[in-house]
Ligand binder design. Structure first.
Ligand code: C2E
Ligand code: CA
Ligand code: CA
Ligand code: CA
Length: 279
């Protein structure tokens, strides 16, 4: 029995070792990908639910491996956050997305806005707003067409430096969205206390619309809240026309989701824009 136990321990420690080795290898590869800028930025349109006009894009990063496989951010953003790679990664995304938006403006789509996801880890950088503003002005864009998306967690933490960041973002004329709204089970009072310009209803509430009555009530409540506070509302994860109908009937006018487009490379967005606007 004793030998058996030792054996089990031995096998277990090998497994732990393998996991660790795998993780370290992934960190090494990710570091390399960030340095070589082997990351790609995909874009998902934000559309008017009535008429499907594209009003803006959200930048969503992808890691394209040497063999062409595309890895989604859920698989590497947490590692990037743990290792500090999130900082150069985010700067790359910011620069790429701003330059791309400028190109679309120059093609005549000059009302388009760009939403960029900001990690809570980035908020610890004291000069984050300056870095963002520099990127925006280097791309010769107005800050008015830039929206920063922060997840609800950042608002719940309610740290003074975060609040300062948000006010500074607004003072520069950029917009500020709360991402994944509704998943945090938190008090809604922070909506009053933070200079938020839009709310993105998390897709978990949209998924089972219109049939799920609980979700219908939650979404209705969020819509009323946004109206009363004069905050723009975006529904995420729209996949069916029944969801669109429900949202439109409740007066939520803007959304994102696979029904309109998955996140795609810039060229495909250009085609969507050209097909729709006929420029
Ligand atoms: P998010 O900001 O909530 O982005 C929306 C996610 O929902 C995207 O996943 C998008 O592909 C997916 N999605 C959009 N429409 C639909 C739909 O109709 N159905 C379903 N099932 N999914 C839909 P993605 O691209 O895998 O990104 C995952 C998360 O990774 C993002 O969630 C965001 O939190 C993070 N992320 C992505 N890019 C960046 C980045 O550049 N910086 C940071 N800090 N985080 C990023
Ligand atoms: Ca987002
Ligand atoms: Ca979201
Ligand atoms: Ca999310």
């Amino acid at each position: 029995a004793k030998d058996n136990g030792r054996n089990t321990y031995h096998i277990y420690s090998q497994a732990v070792h393998r996991d660790l080795a795998k993780k370290l290898e992934m960190v090494k590869q990710l570091r390399h990908a960030v340095e070589q800028e082997a990351l790609e930025v995909y874009y998902q349109p934000k559309v008017e639910l009535l008429g499907h006009r594209i009003t803006g894009l959200e930048a969503l990063v992808r890691w394209v491996k040497d063999d062409g496989t595309v890895i989604g951010p859920d698989q590497f953003i947490p590692i990037a956050e743990d290792t500090g790679l999130i900082i150069p990664l985010s700067e790359y995304v910011m620069r790429t997305a701003c330059n791309q938006l400028k190109r679309w403006h120059e093609m005549g789509f000059n009302d388009l806005t760009m939403a960029i996801n900001i990690s809570g880890k980035q908020l610890h950088l004291p000069d984050l707003v300056d870095t963002i503003v520099d990127n925006v002005s280097e791309a010769r864009l107005s800050p008015k067409c830039i929206e920063l998306e922060l997840t609800e967690q950042v608002f719940i933490e309610n740290i003074q430096s975060h609040t300062n960041f948000m006010h500074s973002v607004r003072e520069h004329g950029m917009s500020l969205a709360i991402d994944d709204f509704g998943v945090g089970y938190s008090s809604l009072s922070y909506l009053k206390n933070f200079p938020v310009t839009s709310l993105k209803i998390d897709r978990s509430f949209v998924r089972d619309l219109p049939d799920n009555e609980d979700d219908a009530v939650i979404v209705q409540t969020i819509i009323n809240l946004a109206k009363n506070l004069n905050i723009q509302l975006v529904a995420e994860g729209i996949e069916t026309s029944e969801q669109v109908e429900f949202l439109l009937s409740r007066d939520c006018g803007i959304g994102q989701g696979y029904l309109f487009s998955r996140p795609v490379p810039a060229d495909e967005i250009t085609q969507l824009l050209q097909n729709y606007h006929g420029l």
